[in-house]
Design a binder for this molecule. Structure first.
Ligand code: PMV
Length: 319
């Protein structure tokens, strides 16, 4: 039995759009932070008597292998393994609700399979394998501040700053536990096909990535705030200009953003980001986190709040 753990990562400079639907390669680079709380755990085992590969997600047997099929089959092929395996994945936070459960789930999966199949994959091979499951999953293989470079259909990924070098904190406001109404994969395709803003979005991305990487290197919070908030709002505008419009926000999402604006007016170093779901992720300097938490706890409608630091990439915890 082989068990791996990975945490979600939240993009500050986001990817929304694939260069090709089937290959799953992002059409743009991205920059993210890996958390140290919330976790996906994946266990790979080889029980006797299986007649096919089995995937149990949060205790429920899945009818198809879905997103894990592609990385699983390609790693089995590299390892020349024909035995069927059982994969059990558990998330200790809402699944498919815009909290990057697929990124942490897939990162923990490829890490566990690498050990279970005794593959000894290089970092680049792990990145490519994670990418087959989800475009943001390679980032959860890495710790702290992470740069995923997507250039000419080649993807590379690395840590650009360790969490201890700039220990920002994240306050995740969960405004709904429901699964997202449209998957990122489908949403991205609709946006690419129908949003008049799509190509401007793709073409502006490299510049935003460069600004964010600079801000991270210089630990310049204000610069990171500006480029991250602007990039997040732009991504949601691009989606909303699709036909049909895609809007992942709910009323509480809007209220949380208003609240963050009020907290900023008080002079605290804080900003928000929102992904393919209604959850609001508030990033702040560590000395501001208690005050941010105090204000967000008083905001009505938020279902739960998770406080997190920045943390490590995926790793084996049992073999
Ligand atoms: O990796 P996916 O297919 O779940 O897409 C992630 C999309 C966003 O979370 C909205 C942006 C990002 O870069 O993480």
């Amino acid at each position: 039995m082989f068990k791996a753990i990975a945490h979600p990562n939240f993009a500050l400079i986001k990817y929304w759009g694939k260069s090709d639907y089937d290959s799953n390669v992002p059409a743009m680079s991205s920059v993210s932070i890996t958390l140290d709380s919330m976790k996906s755990e994946t266990t790979v085992s080889f029980p006797n008597g299986l007649s096919k590969d089995r995937w149990i997600l949060n205790g429920i047997e899945q009818l198809s292998l879905g997103q894990i099929e592609s990385p699983l089959q390609s790693l089995k092929k590299i390892a020349s393994i024909e035995d069927f395996c059982q994969i059990e994945s558990n998330n200790d936070f809402p699944t498919a609700a815009g909290l990057a459960s697929s990124a942490s789930g897939i990162a923990s999966l490829v890490t566990a399979l690498n050990a279970a199949f005794e593959l000894n994959l290089s970092t680049q091979q792990l990145v490519e394998s994670a990418l087959e499951g989800s475009g943001s999953a390679p980032r959860s293989l890495f710790s702290g501040y992470v740069y995923l470079e997507a250039l000419n259909d080649q993807v590379r990924c690395k840590t650009v700053l360790d969490p201890e070098q700039w220990p920002l904190e994240v306050i995740v406001c969960i405004t709904s536990n429901k699964k997202k109404f449209i998957s990122s994969r489908k949403g991205m395709e609709i946006t690419k096909q129908t949003s008049p803003k799509y190509w401007d979005w793709v073409n502006s991305q490299e510049q935003n990535v460069a600004i964010a990487l600079n801000a991270i290197e210089a630990k310049n919070f204000e610069q990171l705030r500006q480029v991250s908030e602007q990039n997040c709002l732009e991504m949601h505008k691009v989606m909303q200009a699709s036909d049909p419009p895609i809007n992942y926000w709910n009323e509480i999402t809007y209220a949380c953003v208003e609240k963050v604006r009020e907290i900023q007016d008080r002079g605290l170093a804080v900003f928000f980001t929102i992904d393919a779901g209604p959850q609001v992720k508030i990033i702040c300097e560590s000395d501001a986190s208690e005050e941010v938490l105090f204000f967000m706890k008083r905001e009505s409608g938020i279902q739960s709040i998770i406080q997190s630091g920045l943390g490590q990439g995926s790793r084996i915890i049992y073999e």
